[in-house]
Write a protein that binds this ligand. Structure first.
Ligand code: ADP
Ligand code: MG
Length: 338
C-alpha cells in the first residue's frame, strides 16, 4: 500500500515547486499575512515555509497527513464551490510519502506550539524509543512546514534533477506570482546561506509595488489597470498589463483564477494576438490577470502538475478581456517611443 501511495504521490508532486505551491496555498487559506520561505538545493534538500495563519489544532495533528483530511469541506454546498481547487486533502499526505515532513504549529487558543513528524501519512517519532505524539514546544501563532529530502525514496526521480538552480528558478517564479497576487501578505523567499537575493515584498505593498519588487521597475512604470465583469458569464477580472511602450522578449502572464495560480494557453494566445497589433515585431507583453469565475463553471481537473485550466464560455470571457486590453492600448500615447 505504501508503494502505491508513494507512486501516486510522485505523480502529484513531480518537482519541488509543486509541493511548494500546495504549501503556499495552505498558508494563504489559513489567513496568513506573512509568509517566509527557505530553500536548499532547489527545494530538494529543504523547503520550509513559515506562516502566521490560524494554525492547526493539536487534536487534528494525528490525522493531518491522512489522505482526504481537509478542514476546507464542511457541507455538501462546499463540495461544489471547491471545484476550482481540484483535489482536496491530498497535498500534505502526498508530501509525507515522498519526503521527511515536520510540522510546528500553534493556534490562538493554544498555550504553546506543537511539533510533529510524519512519514507515509502517519505520525512518527523523531527518535527511536520516543512516542510519535506531537511534542509541546515554544513558538508563535502560525504554522511552519518543513519538507526535507524530497524524493529520498524515489532515487530515479531524484537523479532526474540536473540542476538545483533550475528548480530554484521555478520556485522564484511561483513565489513571485503569489507575491504579486496576494496583497496584504508579506513574502520572503530565499536560498539558504544567501539573504540578499530572493523575493521580499512587504504586506502593505500595493499591486504595482509588488510587480516592481518581483519583476522590475521598468515594467511597473508602464502598467495599465484593467477591470471587467460580466454577469451573464459569471466572471469578474482585475489586472495590470503593460502598455504599448513596453515590451519583453517572452510573454509574461501571471494568471490567477479564483486566487489560484493557473495556466491557460487559450488566454495566453488571445493576449499575444491582441498585443501583436500594438507592439513592434518580436515584442511581447507583461500581463497580470486575476479572474473570479463562478466555481461551478471552472473545470475541476486541477492538479499541481497540470495547471492548465478550462472554464465555461471561455471564448466570450477572453473576448471581453481582450477588448478591454485593446481599448486601453489604443488610448496610450505611443509618441514617447520616438
Ligand atoms: P487541503 O488544503 O486540500 O485541505 P492539505 O493536505 O493541503 O489539504 O492540507 C490538509 C489540512 O491541513 C488543511 O485542510 C488544513 O486544515 C491543514 N493545514 C495545512 N496547512 C496549513 C497551514 N499552513 N495553516 C493551517 N492549517 C493548515
Ligand atoms: Mg492544500
Amino acid at each position: 500500500q505504501d508503494v502505491v501511495n508513494k507512486i501516486a504521490a510522485g505523480e502529484i508532486i513531480v518537482a519541488p515547486v509543486h509541493a511548494l505551491k500546495e504549501l503556499i496555498e495552505n498558508a494563504v487559506d489559513a489567513g496568513s499575512t506573512a509568509l517566509e520561505i527557505l530553500v536548499k538545493e532547489g527545494g530538494l534538500k529543504l523547503l520550509q515555509i513559515t506562516d502566521n495563519g490560524h494554525g492547526i489544532d493539536r487534536d487534528d495533528m494525528a490525522i493531518l497527513c491522512e489522505r482526504f483530511t481537509t478542514s476546507k469541506l464542511k457541507t455538501f454546498e462546499d463540495l461544489t464551490s471547491i471545484s476550482t481547487y481540484g483535489f482536496r486533502g491530498e497535498a500534505l499526505a502526498s508530501i509525507s510519502h515522498i519526503a521527511h515532513l515536520s510540522v510546528t504549529t500553534r493556534t490562538k487558543e493554544s498555550s504553546c506550539a506543537w511539533r510533529a513528524q510524519y512519514a507515509d501519512g502517519k505520525l512518527v517519532s523523531p527518535k527511536p524509543g520516543q512516542n510519535a505524539d506531537p511534542k509541546p514546544i515554544a513558538g508563535r501563532q502560525g504554522t511552519q512546514i518543513t519538507v526535507e529530502d524530497l524524493f529520498y525514496n524515489i532515487p530515479s526521480r531524484r537523479r532526474a534533477f540536473r540542476s538545483a538552480s533550475e528548480e530554484y528558478a521555478k520556485i522564484l517564479d511561483l513565489v513571485g506570482r503569489y507575491a504579486v497576487h496576494c496583497t496584504g501578505v508579506s513574502f520572503s523567499c530565499k536560498k539558504h546561506g544567501d539573504s540578499t537575493t530572493g523575493i521580499f515584498v512587504p504586506a502593505n505593498a500595493n499591486t504595482v509595488d509588488r510587480i516592481r519588487q518581483v519583476h522590475n521597475s521598468t515594467v511597473a512604470n508602464e502598467l495599465i489597470q484593467l477591470s471587467a465583469a460580466n454577469e451573464r458569464w459569471g466572471f469578474k477580472s482585475e489586472g495590470w498589463v503593460s502598455n504599448a511602450n513596453y515590451s519583453v522578449k517572452r510573454t509574461t502572464l501571471l494568471l490567477f483564477i479564483n486566487h489560484r495560480s493557473v495556466e491557460s494557453s487559450a488566454i495566453k494566445k488571445a493576449v499575444e494576438q491582441t498585443y501583436a497589433n500594438f507592439l513592434p515585431k518580436g515584442g511581447h507583453p507583461f500581463v497580470y490577470l486575476s479572474l473570479e469565475i463562478d466555481p461551478h463553471r471552472v473545470d475541476v481537473n486541477v492538479h499541481p502538475t497540470k495547471r492548465e485550466v478550462n472554464f465555461l464560455n471561455e471564448d466570450e470571457i477572453i473576448e471581453i478581456i481582450c477588448d478591454e486590453i485593446r481599448e486601453s492600448l489604443g488610448k496610450v500615447d505611443t509618441s514617447r517611443s520616438f
